[in-house]
Ligand binder design. Structure first.
Ligand SMILES: [Zn+2]
Ligand SMILES: [Zn+2]
Length: 149
């Protein structure tokens, strides 16, 4: 009886790890994109992962600091962004409020910003934890075109 339960627990744990792995591999292909739970669920629908398992895994990834959650302008939908890949390490992220795209601030600009903030306020910005929100060049163009047209 007890052995059975142990085995069950082990199988369950392995199953959860499998789900997490699949989720992580999907997320790492979509680094710096803002994705909704629905998109993730659709993409993983063939992989036998339930939506509740996705929720569970996302919130644990968020607790571990591997995921950032945000809400985009004009919508209440929650977006997740995976930023833990090697590409993203030590980069300061700029995130567009309109289209949700992210880009990396150049290393030199980031260091200047951090250095100046430190000098003027004594506050040390944590690059890995910081996302600056704004409007990307492309969306600004569209906005300007609307304004002028
Ligand atoms: Zn990045
Ligand atoms: Zn944009």
């Amino acid at each position: 009886m007890r052995a059975n339960r142990k085995l069950e627990a082990r199988l369950k744990a392995r199953y959860l790890t499998e789900q997490r792995k699949k989720l992580l591999s999907y997320l790492s292909e979509h680094t710096d994109e803002q994705i909704t739970i629905r998109q993730i669920a659709d993409a993983l629908s063939k992989e036998n992962i339930s939506v509740s398992a996705i929720y569970r895994n996302l919130s644990s990834l968020e607790e571990e600091g591997l995921l950032k959650r945000s809400v985009r302008e004009g919508t209440r939908e929650v977006f997740y962004q995976y930023i833990s890949s090697d590409k993203c390490k030590d980069n300061l992220h700029l995130s567009c409020r309109i289209c949700g795209k992210s880009l990396h601030l150049g290393e030199q600009e980031a260091n200047q910003l951090i250095q100046r903030t430190l000098e003027s306020t004594g506050f040390q910005i944590d690059k890995n934890e910081t996302v600056l929100y704004g409007i990307c060049a492309n969306c600004r163009k569209i906005k300007d075109a609307k304004k002028n047209g």
